[in-house]
Ligand binder design. Structure first.
Ligand code: HEC
Length: 138
């Protein structure tokens, strides 16, 4: 119950401050080289937009989908829990997650020990990355 309330807080607060960020998608696209060691981007029809590693889930259509819902990927318990609790990625939440995954999941789940399997932090240009990923959807 405590977890659900925390997730709700994360979902409601960004809306009041406006969930669309002023990121630059072109800058984000250039920065994706930092992500592709672990993430690929594959369109629904199988087209490989970015060939990448499999340490992390495929990021096609990530904006608008529930956290932790890429089929076949084994997420950390914390990220799976946040998704089950109703967390859906929008630009603001995604930018906050990639800037500091552990901290984001602590806030989203309300669990002090929450931990992400993503060890990389993308602090500078997180909004640009969110804007880029928002373009990759149906
Ligand atoms: C060292 C490998 C690694 C790098 C580099 C990395 N990630 Fe990740 N990423 C992961 C892993 C592993 C997960 C799954 C996290 C979990 O289960 O807690 C993840 C999860 C995510 C998710 C959540 C996806 C979902 O389906 O809920 C997003 C969004 C994401 N990464 C974006 C990025 C972006 C953008 C970059 C580049 C700035 C990046 N990642 C760099 C390994 C990485």
């Amino acid at each position: 119950m405590k977890m659900k309330l925390a997730v709700l807080a994360v979902m409601v607060l960004p809306m009041s401050s406006g969930a669309v960020l002023a990121g630059d998608a072109a800058v984000g696209e250039g920065d994706f080289k930092k992500c592709k060691a672990c993430h690929a981007i594959t369109a629904a029809d199988g087209t490989k937009i970015v060939k990448g590693g499999r340490t992390g889930p495929d990021l096609y259509g990530v904006i608008g989908r529930a956290a932790g819902s890429s089929e076949g990927f084994k997420y950390s318990a914390s990220l799976a829990q946040a998704g089950e609790g109703g967390l859906v990625w929008d630009e603001e939440r995604l930018a906050a997650f990639i800037a500091d995954p552990n901290r984001f999941l602590k806030e989203a789940t309300g669990a002090e020990k929450a931990k992400s399997k993503m060890t990389f932090k993308h602090k500078k240009g997180a909004e640009d990355m969110a804007a880029y990923l928002a373009t990759l959807t149906e």
